[in-house]
Design a protein around this ligand. Structure first.
Ligand code: ATP
Ligand code: MG
Length: 530
């Protein structure tokens, strides 16, 4: 039996032998034969070690952006890591609401897919160079390694990896914090921290449960949205970009903005509130569009006033001309030029392209929502089906909508005053915003009775106001009509008098005057006689 010293001795000489062979190979082995030799070595290796390894690096390309695949794998491995790994790393991932527990470097965990066992390991390359990097992440070369038997190559590369990425993405979406974006002015797009969109966390509490509208109509909208969000395959089958346009119209305070928030909360989408007047031109609009992430709602509020899309240029010219006439000095002209440069040059065609041009297809899974108080003012091209697929009218508060508000604000389903309110709401136009304001308790003593009575008073006042307004309008209309009739009568009279006798109106008037003079003279004579 070999002693310990002998074992170490033979190991040492074996090592020395290997190093000698390696040095000989490096120095003297012909370069042309190295390729074939390597191939044989790889074959030999695969016989002894029949496993395949795939690595997924954290940073790819130019190294500035975290690889999406790496992030998805990290989230996917989360569930196994927390159960199996002994050393875990806790991080609060950007945009996520929860803490992510991922395995520490050099830990290994197992996963199973269709009965196949796989191994995932997390590793890190430590750079040898002793330099200070401007970008810290340049030094952190982390990667995941997936190991599996070569027998399963097809199933792993074709099915398992897809499954991992989809699962990871789904977890990210489930747990991410949603954001509300608004577009920046062009000047802030330059420099290191360039960004076209600024954001805050989206925390609007509105939901379809709190939205006051007819239950049937509400359900229709919910169904429409849910169908859209699950129709990726359907849209690609019919050859349409995966997006849908909604036009919300109705008087102020009827819940248009609240509905957008409810949509975002239902689908868990981000909201991009596009301020058209801050967009310089169509090119800029396109750039903004390609920066929008999928799973988002692009909103243009009050589309009728955010940009005078059709008459804009004409009006601008008129305005400039008028101002020029008033103050023709050079200083003023310069100022005017500057302000006209700052004004938005987005055209209707630019906006139409934004909605359904070729560029609009990038990203996918996107809703575009326009809101307006005056639907009749909009260009028909802008709201035709295909662009704005669903038109939703949000109108004055009906009894069904009131019941939702009463439940939200006072937590009541019925009350003896409901009947009166229902009848009054049928006769009067009152927005849900006004109803809501009256239902809201104003002090701790305000119970449901007080709030409902306040609402009744408010509706009655609104009814009186509406009746007064109607009467005034009718009176104005009557006066206008009377004036019109008077004018027509005068014209007719003139024509008639011309036709009968050929006397002009002037002549008739003169005759009248002569008659008056004669009467006056007769009277004077009678007086002198007396
Ligand atoms: N249908 C509704 N359901 C629930 N609350 C509503 C509804 N309509 C209005 N409200 C309430 O009134 C307020 C104003 O509503 P919202 O901002 O959604 O109106 P809007 O239609 O967008 O008005 P505008 O046309 O002026 O922008 C909201 O804060 C909300 O509390
Ligand atoms: Mg609004």
């Amino acid at each position: 039996m070999m002693t310990m010293a002998e074992t170490w001795g033979s190991l040492g000489s074996a090592m020395a032998g290997i190093m000698f062979v390696w040095a000989m190979y490096q120095n003297y082995f012909p370069y042309e034969l190295r390729g074939p030799l390597k191939r044989y070595v790889e074959k030999l290796k695969s016989i002894i070690y029949p496993y395949i390894q795939i690595t997924f690096h954290e940073y790819q390309g130019d190294g500035f952006e975290r690889s999406k695949a790496y992030m998805s794998i990290e989230r996917y491995l989360d569930k196994n890591s927390s159960k199996q790994a002994k050393r875990l790393k806790a991080t609060v991932v950007q945009d996520s609401e929860s803490i992510v527990l991922s395995m520490q470097d050099h830990e290994e965990i197992t996963d199973e897919f269709q009965g196949i066992k796989l191994w995932w390991a997390s590793s890190q390359d430590i750079p040898i160079k002793q330099s200070i990097s401007f970008y810290p992440r340049e030094d952190e070369k982390r990667y995941f390694t997936l190991t599996f038997h070569q027998r399963y190559r097809k199933i792993i590369t074709e099915e398992y990896l897809k499954h991992v990425l989809n699962e990871g993405k789904a977890i990210t979406v489930r747990e991410r914090q949603r954001k509300l974006y608004t577009n920046n002015k062009n000047e802030s797009w330059v420099g290191f921290r360039r960004s076209m969109w600024s954001h805050v966390l989206f925390e609007h509490p509105s939901s379809f449960d709190t939205l006051a509208m007819e239950p049937q109509k509400k359900q229709q909208i919910i169904d429409d949205l849910m169908t859209f969000s699950k129709s990726k395959e359907y849209y690609s089958k019919i050859g349409k970009a995966w997006k849908r346009g909604y036009l919300l119209y109705g008087p102020p305070g009827t819940g248009k903005s609240s509905m957008i928030a409810a949509m975002a909360n239902l689908l868990k989408y981000d909201v991009y509130d596009l301020e058209l007047t801050a967009v310089k031109d169509n090119t800029e609009l396109r750039k903004l569009l390609i920066e929008i992430s999928p799973k988002s709602i692009v909103v243009i509020e009050d589309i009728d006033c955010s940009l005078d899309l059709t008459g804009q240029r004409e009006n601008k010219k008129k305005k400039e001309k008028k101002e020029e006439e008033e103050k023709p000095d050079k200083e003023m002209k310069k100022k005017m030029e500057e302000s006209s440069n700052m004004e938005s040059k987005v055209t209707l065609s630019g906006l139409l392209n934004f909605i359904d041009g070729l560029w609009s297809a990038c990203g996918g899974e996107r809703l575009i929502v326009f809101t307006t108080n005056y639907v009749e003012k909009l260009d028909p091209a802008l709201i035709r089906r295909g662009r704005m697929d669903k038109h939703i009218e949000l109108s004055y508060c009906g009894f069904e909508a009131f019941k939702v508000l009463a439940k939200n604000y006072l937590n009541i389903d019925s009350h003896h005053l409901f009947g009166t309110i229902g009848r009054l709401l049928e006769e009067t136009n009152m927005t849900p915003a006004d109803v809501a304001e009256n239902l809201m308790p104003k002090s701790s003593e305000d119970d449901e009775e007080i709030c409902l009575e306040r609402l009744i008073k408010a509706i009655e006042m609104a009814k009186e106001e509406a009746a007064r307004f109607k009467a005034e309008e009718e009176e104005k209309e009557r006066l206008k009509k009377a004036e019109e009739e008077e004018k027509q009568r005068a014209v007719k009279e003139e024509i008639n008098s011309k036709e009968n006798g050929g006397n002009s109106a002037e002549e008739v008037k003169q005759n009248g005057d002569i008659n008056k003079i004669t009467t006056k003279e007769v009277k004077e004579k009678e007086n002198s006689k007396e």
